[in-house]
Design a protein around this ligand. Sequence first.
Ligand code: GLU
Length: 506
Amino acid sequence: MSKKVRVRFAPSPTGGLHLGGVRTVLYNYLFAKKHGGDFLVRIEDTDQSRYVAGAEEYIFDTLKWCGLEPDESVQHGGNYGPYRQSERKESYRQYAEQLVKDGYAYYAFDTPEDLEKMRHDFKTDNNPSPQYDHTIRMKMRNSLTLSSDETQKLLAAGTRHVIRIKMPENETVSFTDMIRGEVKFETSLVDDKVLLKADGMPTYHLAVVVDDHLMEISHAFRGEEWLPSAPVHILLWKYLFGLENMPQWAHFPLILGPNGKLSKRDGAKYGFPVFAMNWNDPKTGELTEGFKEKGFLPEAFLNLLALLGWNDGGEQEIFSMEELIEKFSMERVHSAGAKFDYEKAKWFNHEWIKKSGVGSLESGVKTLLSQNGVTVSDDVLLEKVIELVKDRCTLLPDFVQHSSFFFKVPETLDVDAVKPKWNEDKKNFFVVYTEKLQTATEWNAIELENSFKELATEKNIKPGELQLPFRIMLVGGKFGPPVFNIAELLGKEETVIRIKNALLAF
Ligand code: GLU
């Protein structure tokens, strides 16, 4: 690769980041890091009607949580700014005017009523939603149908107008997509998109091409939903810059949910997160749940996203960031839609929790416990607890159930689970076991288990029948790590107190 690799993520700040959006960031990031390039974020906010307060901040917070920090952006600075398109407004008009001058675009003075009338008048059974295209443009009010004098007069009078691209009638536009190979489009099927709006703002189509050029983008990667726009972008590259230094393109596959394209609605319907982090829509007040708040580790989230559309050709499924950077290649990204499977997503998180060091989990678990009314005053104990229970936790909130009882006496005991098989012999066993514990010199899980089993044999009771009551005494319910490990961490005094209190309740 001769040219310096420069890639961009170009979100429009219109809402929360869907997992497909974060996957686009991730693939861009991996590609940039692999090739020693730059990864930048450009905020595409030219459509003021779709602007949503807080969405831009949310995007950067998400990137921070994921550890996918850009080299250049509104927040990170850089030599190609401004990185917010609304702040580049003035730079676009000259390109649009140039296109008009060269005959590739034209001024259109149609009012909203004219457009409405067009959609009505040209509507047929075969063409239920007519578009402003080569079949219709000569019947509208634009610089192609008006004389140049009339056009100049209208412009001089400040008449509201837009600039539209003049799509060629019968051309085939083709380009090589790094994932899909050669992609072809018939220009006659594409409408004359607006390039510059009446308010002087460029549309996405013009802005994306001008900015990719000015920011020296070497590769433009984005989701498949942008593929239909590609012929317009390729033509603009041709008309404005003679295709010189046009980025290489790749369009990532759709992410599929249980019924076709994964949507925000699927999340609510099937109870899984679809956004990276919780998103509170300021317009509707609706909350969409995020992977972060659901209890996913960023490492797991990125790992599962990496595999939604890519694999390294082998059996490996767990990849660290370093491995992904080393192994990722655009050629191994599939073109077919990638199915999102929430059970599999949880599996990734479980694997990452198991793999994570106690230190990296500690502050998160402590916060979760405190949110659930459990105060941790002994950090050394917390570390031991995390080590003991982490293999049982799939999502971070699972730590609450599996570790609260180490720091707080259970509020209730599942007496019903014990009652049916409880008898005097068992009660007597625990009375004697408690006495033994009080004089024990060694306090560790192995010793505790040995003396438990010895006493059970002596009393002629199956140890298996005594373990459930013991667990309920210490934990309150039928969950948690091995019971002797629990007793070891609780310590002698607390273990004895919990047994004695439980014996009164059973
Ligand atoms: N602004 C577009 C979006 O919202 C970016 C598409 C592109 O990367 O070209 O996703």
